[in-house]
Design a protein around this ligand. Structure first.
Ligand SMILES: Nc1ncnc2c1ncn2[C@@H]1O[C@H](COP(=O)(O)OP(=O)(O)OP(=O)(O)O)[C@@H](O)[C@H]1O
Length: 269
C-alpha cells in the first residue's frame, strides 16, 4: 500500500521514511546521494527498490537500518525513531559473512549471542528456522562445506533468529548463479511471508523485484528521488503465486516492460 493510502486508511506503517536526504562528504567533495525520499511500508508488506547503479539504493537501506544518519528527514519503525542499529531490524547482504570456524548452527546463533538473548530459546528457534530454510541436515556442518545458495539460506536463518519485525535485503542473491537464484527466491519469500515480516529488497534484477515483492519503487538517477511506485498484482486464486509461478504469468511481462522503460537504461559507448 502506498504511503499516502496507508495513512489515509489510518494504518500505522511499520517503516516510515519521511523526507529523507543524504549527502556524503569526502576529501573529493560533497555527493548528494538521496533527496526527499518518503516511503511507508505496511506490516507484512514486501517492497523492492530498483534504480540505476549509484542512485542511492544501498544508502537508503543503510539509513533504514540505522547504520547511516540521514542529513535530513526521519525514519521510524512502528512509530519509534531509528537512531542506530536495532534488534527490530534485520539486515541481510550480498555477502553472507559466515564465520568459517563456526558450525552452521553456531553461525545462525551469532546475532542472538551478540544481543545477549536467552540462548536456549534462540537455539530452538535457530534449529526451527534452519529446517524451514532447508538446512536441517547441515546444522553441524561448516560454511566451507556448503554451496553459495546454502550459505545464503543460513544467513537468512541467522537474520531471523532474533525475530526482527523488519528485514532489509541488499542484493542478497547477486553472488549466486541464475538457477540457484530462482530456487532460493521461492524459499526466501515463503519463509519471510510465513514469519509475517515487512521486507525491503534492493535489487538490480527487475524480474526478482516483480516476482518477489508487492510493490516496486523506482529511484531516479543520483540524487535518488522516488520516480514511481508500482503495485505488483497477480491473479491469486486464493494464494499469491510463488516468485517462480509469477514469472510465467502475462502480468509479469507487462510489469517488466513498464519498469524497464522507467529505468531508462542506456548502454554507454
Ligand atoms: N561512503 C561513501 N562516501 C562517499 N560517497 C559514497 C559513499 N557511499 C556511497 N557513495 C556514493 O553515493 C551514491 C549512492 O551510492 P549507493 O551505494 O547507495 O548506490 P546504489 O544505488 O546502491 O549503487 P549500486 O547499485 O551500484 O550498488 C553513489 O554515487 C556512491 O558513489
Amino acid at each position: 500500500m502506498a504511503a499516502a493510502n496507508l495513512r489515509a486508511a489510518g494504518g500505522l506503517p511499520r517503516i516510515d521514511v519521511r523526507n529523507v536526504s543524504l549527502r556524503y562528504f569526502t576529501l573529493q567533495g560533497e555527493t548528494q546521494a538521496l533527496d526527499d525520499i518518503s516511503l511507508a511500508v505496511a506490516p507484512g508488506e514486501f517492497v523492492s527498490i530498483i534504480g540505476q547503479s549509484g542512485c542511492g539504493k544501498s544508502t537508503l537501506l543503510s539509513i533504514i537500518a540505522g547504520i547511516l544518519e540521514p542529513s535530513g528527514g526521519s525514519v521510524t519503525v512502528d512509530g519509534r525513531p531509528v537512531t542506530g542499529p536495532s534488534p527490530s531490524i534485520g539486515y541481510m547482504l550480498q555477502q553472507d559473512y559466515l564465520y568459517e570456524w563456526r558450525s552452521i548452527l553456531d553461525n545462525a546463533l551469532l546475532g542472538a549471542q551478540i544481543q545477549k538473548r536467552d540462548m536456549r530459546e534462540a537455539r530452538e528457534r535457530a534449529i526451527h528456522l534452519l529446517h524451514k530454510c532447508g538446512m536441517g541436515d547441515f546444522l553441524h556442518h561448516y560454511p566451507r562445506q556448503l554451496s553459495g545458495g546454502m550459505r545464503q539460506r543460513v544467513a537468512l536463518a541467522r537474520t531471523l533468529v532474533t525475530n526482527p519485525d523488519v528485514v532489509l535485503l541488499d542484493e542478497p542473491f547477486s553472488a549466486l548463479d541464475s538457477q540457484t537464484r530462482l530456487a532460493i527466491a521461492d524459499e526466501v519469500v515463503e519463509v519471510l511471508r510465513s514469519e509475517g515480516k515487512s521486507v525491503v529488497l534492493v535489487t538490480h534484477d527487475i524480474g526478482e523485484a516483480i516476482a518477489m515483492t508487492d510493490r516496486v519503487v523506482v529511484l531516479s538517477r543520483r540524487p535518488g528521488r522516488i520516480k514511481s511506485e508500482h503495485l505488483m498484482q497477480f491473479p491469486s486464486h486464493g494464494k499469491r503465486p510463488t516468485p517462480f509461478e509469477a514469472r510465467a504469468l502475462p502480468e509479469f511481462n507487462t510489469y517488466f516492460s513498464t519498469l524497464w522503460d522507467e529505468l531508462d537504461v542506456h548502454v554507454e559507448g
